[in-house]
Design a protein around this ligand. Sequence first.
Ligand code: FES
Length: 143
Amino acid sequence: MSGGAPYVGARKRLGGRSRLSGAGFDECGKDKEDAVPMTKVTFNDASGASRTVEAQIGSTVMETALRNSVPGIEAECGGACACATCHVYVAPQWTEAVGKPSQMEEDMLDFAADVRPNSRLSCQIKVTEALDGLVVTTPARQG
Ligand code: FES
């Protein structure tokens, strides 16, 4: 390599983006959250408390909850659909847009408490533009 910036090759291999910029930071560690497409998700809890948070398109509802310290989502398996501690109830007006659980998710929901027809595992709900304004409720207890 002669002359030029030594990291140009690495940047090209990463599709023009550094790993850090893909994580929401530029090379100087400056926050680039504004560049990440965002939407909103509202989490209600069993007591009636409500909080609306920003959610990154492409993340999951569970990741959004953890990133925003939303209580009531434990996510012990980290999103592998193997614990059912990220159980939520999807608001009736959102059930069609969110869709039905996969067979694997339905099987895991058998381990959740107080399962209802609108129950979903939040790690299996991908945040998309179509879900902007999504409302979910966390159960009184997980597991
Ligand atoms: Fe474990 Fe969702 S985080 S099933």
